[in-house]
Design a protein around this ligand. Structure first.
Ligand SMILES: Nc1ncnc2c1ncn2[C@@H]1O[C@H](COP(=O)(O)OP(=O)(O)OP(=O)(O)O)[C@@H](O)[C@H]1O
Length: 558
């Protein structure tokens, strides 16, 4: 948090100064009250008129400063909140796919919304209040000494007891805030999960189940919040009680000193006013300090995401793919228990076309994800033009290949935006990829053409239309490697054939296709067919080589 305060140093210092002036102005009202009462008791009209004029000026200036104090504090908080959100989001986007997938998407949403809001409520707002009330307390304390030293000594004794409370509560409050933050994240994850499956909920009559599940999660989250609030309430209750005691001590002592003739009635009024400025600020300080302390684990969580890029991006750069990607004894497991890939040895040469086939679950998608640099925790080697993938900058590696996955994500924008992804391309290039992806006919049939809005995750499109947009999206980037993970499975056989056929004719493009559509006419066009089973490559070669070797895989051909 210090980093963000430093970033807004000037605004922060001005806000604190205005805060100090406004708080001092507020405290010194006690002297005005003391003098007013003494003037009134002395029946001095001339003095009284001067006092009224001065007070008008005093309160006008004080009003302006109180307004500025509030405005500037809000401005600093808004600026810091914007920066934290932006840094956490940038840090999230900087994550490698592998690291990003370690958390649920809703976790990130909860961190960027709920946790950042907790920083505002439990760190920034309390911080300004602590500064403000510390100034009020110090000024009031000095004023109290000015009014009467003996009363001040008694007040110090009462205050000393109040100091002990936050220390007792701080640690348990910290633990409970942490628990509440993770509960909020679980709640968001669960909510996203339920709403994402809305159609299933309706068609399978799951309403009763989801309402029950929601209520359970809701109860747990609220209980977790209430356990934080209970401690805060204890803190506030004890502090308020002690604050009241301080005021009572001042009142009774002052009354006694009026009787003994030590102080005037005006001084009593001034002291009562000052004592409330001593006790209430302390209540505020002591309720806010545990809040500030308790937010530390949340700050650390936000930092670990926003500072992600620093430790992960210091790798060698690679800007082109000129020869081949080779794997040697490549092995991989998602959970360190079940081996998904085992001793994979293959070479993907630039400009050549490869098709990977095999039973569902045999590791085809995992292999291409590894080749594209999604995961770093593999055994063996993967080399891009003889350079080990693990040593290369993942952002650079991502620039070398486009992957069209089975599940295609569409942003809730136009078809044009979903193809170009907010980069500028000449119209001629866009027309070209629309043709090559087989989108042209569909675009010509809709009135808005490329400007057609696709809805949430492409809800207004068919599976095949989404795949064609994904092909266009990949082609326009002109990356040297194109990977289709069943990228044409949702279009009809003829369209799939046409799209793949056109792609196979692009000379310099290296293509790796995963397919379950085993059509001889297409398979013949690939340079190498890679057959996998149980995480291993069991056969590879051209279609004709596999035919002459009497391949097992050919038995599955349609
Ligand atoms: N993110 C993941 N975490 C854990 N296990 C995974 C993950 N992705 C895949 N697996 C497991 O790894 C194995 C290989 O999956 P993969 O998706 O690579 O197979 P596939 O051959 O592409 O299958 P399909 O043809 O059905 O798409 C499967 O047993 C699968 O359950």
């Amino acid at each position: 948090m210090k980093f963000y305060i430093k970033q807004n140093k000037v605004l922060f210092i001005v806000t604190i100064l205005v805060n100090v002036i406004a708080s001092l102005g507020y405290v010194f009202m006690a002297i005005l009250l003391q003098q007013l009462l003494d003037i009134a008791l002395g029946k001095d009209m001339q003095h009284f008129v001067r006092m009224v004029l001065f007070s008008i000026f005093y309160f006008a200036v004080l009003g302006i400063f109180l307004y500025l104090q509030s405005l500037l504090s809000k401005k600093v908080i808004c600026k810091i909140m914007r920066q934290i959100r932006s840094d956490v989001f940038q840090g999230t986007v900087n994550h490698s796919i592998e690291d990003f997938n370690k958390k649920n998407t809703a976790d990130y949403i909860s961190i960027i919304t709920n946790d950042v809001k907790m920083i505002e409520d439990n760190y920034l707002l309390p911080l300004f209040e602590v500064v403000q009330y510390a100034v009020i307390f110090t000024a009031s304390f000095l004023l109290m000494i000015y009014f009467d030293i003996i009363v001040t000594v008694y007040v110090i004794a009462a205050i000393a007891i109040m100091f002990l409370i936050p220390g007792f509560l701080g640690n348990s409050l910290e633990k409970r805030q942490k628990r509440y933050s993770s509960k909020l994240a679980d709640f968001t994850v669960s909510l996203k999960d339920m709403l994402s499956g809305f159609e299933i909920i309706k068609s399978y009559s799951m309403k009763r189940y989801v309402i029950q599940r929601f209520n359970k999660e809701n109860d747990e989250t609220i209980n977790s919040k209430y356990s934080v609030d209970r401690l805060l309430a204890l803190n506030e209750g004890v502090s308020s009680f002690l604050a009241l005691m301080v005021q009572i001590v001042v009142l009774f002592l002052s009354a006694y000193f009026i009787i003994t003739g030590r102080i005037t009635v005006g001084t009593l009024l001034g002291m009562v006013q000052v004592s409330s400025n001593l006790a209430n600020p302390l209540v505020m300080i002591f309720t806010n300090i545990p809040k500030i302390k308790s937010i530390q684990p949340i700050v650390e969580k936000l930092q670990s995401i926003s500072q992600y890029s620093l430790s992960h991006l210091q790798k060698e750069h690679i800007s082109s793919f000129d020869f081949c990607v080779c794997t040697k004894d490549l092995g991989f497991s998602y959970d360190k228990q079940k081996e998904v890939l085992n001793e994979i040895n293959c070479t993907i040469e630039k400009g050549k076309k490869y098709v990977v086939v095999g039973k569902s679950g045999c590791g085809k998608s995992t292999l291409i994800k590894l080749l594209a640099g999604y995961y770093s925790d593999y055994a063996g080697t993967i080399k891009y033009d003889n350079r080990e993938l693990g040593l290369l900058d993942r952002n650079d590696v991502a620039q070398l290949s486009s992957i069209i996955h089975q599940n295609i994500y569409m942003f809730d924008e136009t078809i044009h935006d979903n193809i170009c992804l907010h980069e500028d391309y000449p119209q001629e290039m866009i027309d070209n990829v629309v043709m090559e992806s087989g989108l042209a006919e569909f675009i010509s049939e809709i009135p808005e053409g490329l400007l057609h809005q696709v809805g949430e995750n492409g809800a207004d499109l068919s599976g095949g239309q989404k795949q064609r947009i994904a092909v266009a999206r990949a082609l326009i980037r002109n990356k040297p490697i194109l990977i289709l993970d069943e990228g044409t499975s949702a279009v009809d056989m003829q369209t799939a054939y046409d799209i793949e056929n056109r792609l196979l004719q692009i000379k310099d493009l290296t293509i790796i296709t995963i397919t379950h559509h085993l059509r001889t006419e297409l398979l013949e066009k690939y340079d190498t067919i890679i057959c996998m089973d149980y995480g291993k490559i069991i056969e590879k070669g051209t279609f004709n080589e596999l035919v002459s070797n009497n391949s097992i895989f050919l038995n599955n051909l349609s």
